[in-house]
Design a protein around this ligand. Structure first.
Ligand SMILES: *[C@@H]1O[C@H](CO)[C@@H](O)[C@H](O)[C@H]1NC(C)=O
Ligand SMILES: *[C@@H]1O[C@H](CO)[C@@H](O)[C@H](O)[C@H]1NC(C)=O
Ligand SMILES: *[C@@H]1O[C@H](CO)[C@@H](O)[C@H](O)[C@H]1NC(C)=O
Ligand SMILES: *[C@@H]1O[C@H](CO)[C@@H](O)[C@H](O)[C@H]1NC(C)=O
Ligand SMILES: *[C@@H]1O[C@H](CO)[C@@H](O)[C@H](O)[C@H]1NC(C)=O
Ligand SMILES: [Cu+2]
Length: 263
């Protein structure tokens, strides 16, 4: 949590000392898969579908790390050992522990194909294809200081800090890493001020595989996703924002996104 002087009121809120992480993911059948909790004691570590990372305190990855694999699945990440079984068209509910109101910004979701099991995936070479993105929505609430306007993070908050992610209907069966991310922009007007909160989990997609099923293509490695000075990374969102360019590659042409409740 870094706050500009104008945000001192927000700093008094209980959420100010905490950031965010995914606590669990629920499939359409109601099966709940635990996220990675960086505070887990060594002796209690279990195999998870979620990737592990050195994100104690639910901290963020700063733009000065965007040119390293730390932006892929958070600091010093290692793959989850397991996979969430799912199917094309499934809508997964991704639950964050919390999300502070001040941390406005886009919510983005990517997939990368694993060659075989994702338990052995190499974060340096995974090619990420964006399947969903929402950024700035409108200037409703622009007069509510210190940061105005309605953003994807406000939608996430309105849904109990959760986001629905649809496995693309056209996706070919296989093993994939899902990379779900929030970028907080409350101090993004400073170089290196944006805050990325990437979280990864493994999926095993089956039950699709029709003749029109599509492989992911055109992906980019983590360290090529964003630049320190991208328009959507080095950006001032104080005041009445009238637009926003979401960073990263274009959304996959075969993605079928799910419109969030309250969106
Ligand atoms: C990554 O970018 C930062 C500045 O944002 C720079 O200091 C650092 O040298 C770069 N690292 C690599 C590996 O290019
Ligand atoms: C990732 O971040 C950690 C902690 O800041 C650092 O020690 C490590 O060198 C970084 N990894 C890469 C690939 O730059
Ligand atoms: C899922 O995460 C939420 C938010 O942290 C928590 O309230 C809920 O108990 C979790 N559910 C399970 C089954 O772990
Ligand atoms: C924000 O800008 C929009 C578009 O120019 C305008 O309609 C709206 O009234 C402004 N809101 C505030 C609070 O200034
Ligand atoms: C702004 O966006 C939010 C979320 O989509 C929506 O609930 C609200 O009605 C929108 N406001 C306006 C004025 O369009
Ligand atoms: Cu924070």
């Amino acid at each position: 949590m870094r706050l500009s002087p104008g945000l001192f009121l927000t700093a008094l809120l209980p959420t100010a000392s905490a950031h965010g992480r995914i606590t669990n993911i629920t499939t359409p059948t109601g099966t709940v898969y635990q996220g990675w909790d960086p505070a887990t004691p060594q002796a209690q570590l279990q195999d998870l579908t979620a990737w592990r990372a050195a994100n104690l305190g639910n901290v963020y990855v700063p733009p000065s790390q965007f040119n390293t694999s730390n932006i892929t699945c958070h600091f010093n990440s290692t793959p989850g050992a397991l996979h969430i079984p799912t199917a094309p068209g499934d809508v997964l509910r991704v639950q964050w522990n919390e999300w502070p109101a001040s941390h406005k910004g886009p919510v983005l979701t990517y997939l990368a194909t694993c060659a075989g099991s994702c338990a052995g995936a190499d974060k340096e070479t995974l090619d990420w294809v964006k399947i969903d993105e929402v950024g700035w929505l409108n200037s409703s609430g622009a007069d509510v200081l210190p940061l105005g306007g309605t953003w994807a993070t406000d939608v996430l908050r309105a849904n109990g800090a959760s986001w629905m992610v649809k496995v693309p209907e056209a996706l070919v069966d296989g093993s994939y890493v899902l990379r779900h991310e929030i970028i907080a922009l409350h101090v993004a007007e400073e170089v290196d001020g944006a805050q990325a909160y990437p979280q990864c989990v493994n999926l095993k997609v089956s039950g699709g595989g029709g003749k029109d099923a599509k492989k992911l293509e055109g992906g980019v490695v983590g360290e090529k996703l964003y630049g320190v000075r991208d328009k959507g990374v080095l950006v001032n969102i104080h005041g009445n924002v009238t637009g926003y360019e979401i960073p990263g590659p274009r959304v996959w042409e075969h993605a079928t996104r799910f419109k969030q409740p309250n969106e």
